[in-house]
Design a protein around this ligand. Structure first.
Ligand SMILES: Cc1cc2nc3c(=O)[nH]c(=O)nc-3n(C[C@H](O)[C@H](O)[C@H](O)COP(=O)(O)OP(=O)(O)OC[C@H]3O[C@@H](n4cnc5c(N)ncnc54)[C@H](O)[C@@H]3O)c2cc1C
Length: 417
């Protein structure tokens, strides 16, 4: 008879672990505290705009191979869409200048040798100056490793690392930044095609996983928050959910895929990142003008990335703690002014929604990165997953899927051991 594995938390980390284990023949039980799966990566109907929106615009790159493999495993890889080539149009709102970065479609970053494809006003030597980042130690800061001024920094490195690390890049972990550079920019245009879930995060990355799990006989319970763990002889022996509890059998396993705060309260003594940064997303019900690219990089303004969806223009602002207490109407108005300039449109403020995720990601500094635990715990049938565990990457979908896969592999190894 199949052993049971209990996956706590139905975010991307938990779902990727659950899918892998269900495919390996385990009897999977998913326990999610809220009424919806997806965690920080989810869609919902928003009454203010009358549209289904995502809590945040999520950008994947074609080099995010574990995330893409996860989408393939749930049958939705085709739902991650983007241009054929790794082209990134940009606008500088301060000067009005527009340019397109064309990383091509090869396996090497040969575009840096072509002055027509480079960032405007940059030379090959500017790119070579980034090399200390590639294998930088986790203890170093970006600002101690590479130049943090000049056109290349302002027009490419800053927007890329701000999006990936969700901190002001100079204070960010050079080790985490180096992982991003190795897996994307250095791997050539083939690894840098931008991909988005055009039909929504839940439709592409969450609901199909839940359906696959249910089809394989998994039990998925919502509103089922884990409140405590019972332990005995070095294993987790009981799961306490408040109104009910369940005893684990010999050989049963648990994957704890919850954010750092609940993980630390469930496992006293666990070291976790303790500082977080916000991301602000704003969504406007407005038909994108003809020719508006799906993703536009924006510098010199409040907005950082402008996404065009059917009937909707939507923006992302990272490292946004400074904006979380700003009055919503004021913020919407300021963002709309930037959008009008960036997209070349006019008009009064359309129906809008602002989503402020206060603890969007752990703070990707060397100090906080050092607090990330691995997947193995003091209990031999309990494994951790989550974008905040020690994945070697910043808090991203790619990191989440890797952590889920790793926890699942440890569960599988437990049976063999
Ligand atoms: C606004 C925003 C924009 C982002 N943009 C990008 C992007 O462009 N690209 C990218 O790659 N990444 C992006 N990310 C990061 C990405 O969303 C996260 O890395 C990923 O979703 C984290 O997944 P997770 O499963 O590790 O954690 P979570 O999504 O936090 O999932 C944890 C789950 O556990 C549940 N839970 C908590 N406590 C309990 C309990 N006691 N019992 C049961 N369940 C519990 C929670 O309800 C939640 O569903 C963004 C994040 C945000 C917020």
């Amino acid at each position: 008879m199949a052993n049971n594995v209990h996956v706590i938390g139905a975010g991307i980390s938990g779902l990727s672990a659950a899918v892998r284990l269900a495919n390996a023949g385990w009897q999977v039980h998913v326990h999610e505290a809220t009424q919806q799966a997806g965690g920080r990566c989810r869609s919902y109907f928003d009454a203010a705009t009358g549209l289904v929106i995502d809590n945040g615009n999520h950008l994947l790159l074609s080099g995010n191979r574990h995330a893409l493999a996860y989408a393939r495993s749930i049958g939705t890889e085709a739902g991650l869409v983007g241009p054929e080539r790794a082209q990134f149009p940009f606008v500088d709102l301060a000067t009005g200048r527009r340019w397109q970065l064309d990383l091509g479609d090869g396996r090497l970053p040969l575009w840096v040798f072509d002055s027509n494809r480079r960032v405007p006003d940059t030379a090959l030597s500017d790119y070579l100056a980034l090399s200390p980042l590639v294998w930088a130690s986790a203890a170093r800061r970006v600002g101690d490793s590479i130049p943090t001024s000049g056109p290349l920094y302002q027009r490419l490195v800053q927007p890329l690392l701000l999006a990936a690390l969700n901190v002001d890049p100079p204070e960010g972990s050079a080790g985490l930044a180096g992982a991003i550079v190795r897996e994307t920019l250095l791997a050539g245009g083939r690894a840098c095609r931008p991909l988005i879930a055009r039909e929504g995060l839940s439709a592409v990355l969450v609901e199909p996983a839940i359906r696959l799990l249910q089809d394989k006989g998994a039990a998925v319970r919502f509103g089922h928050e884990l409140r405590g763990l019972g332990t005995a002889a070095g294993i987790v022996s009981e799961l306490k959910f408040g109104d009910d509890a369940g005893m684990l059998g010999a050989g049963d396993a648990v994957v704890l895929a919850v954010p750092p705060r609940p993980a630390a309260s469930l496992l006293p003594g666990l070291t976790t990142p303790s500082k977080f940064r916000a991301i602000v997303n704003a969504h406007f019900r407005f038909n994108p003008p003809a020719g508006q690219p799906p993703i536009l990089g924006v510098v010199g303004g409040l907005v950082e990335w402008l996404f065009a969806f059917p009937e909707r223009l939507s923006v992302t602002i990272s490292n946004a703690d400074r904006l979380v207490d700003q009055p919503r109407e004021e913020l919407a108005q300021a963002i709309w002014v930037d959008i009008c300039k960036a997209a070349g449109v006019q008009g009064d403020l359309p129906p809008w929604q602002i989503v402020r995720e206060r603890r969007a990601t752990f703070e990707a500094t060397p100090e906080q990165n050092a607090l990330r635990p691995g997947a193995v715990t003091a209990y031999k049938n309990l494994f951790l997953a989550g974008d905040w565990t020690d994945t070697g990457l910043p808090a991203t979908i790619e990191g989440s899927v890797r952590s889920g896969n790793r926890a699942a592999d440890l569960v599988l190894a437990m049976r063999q051991g």
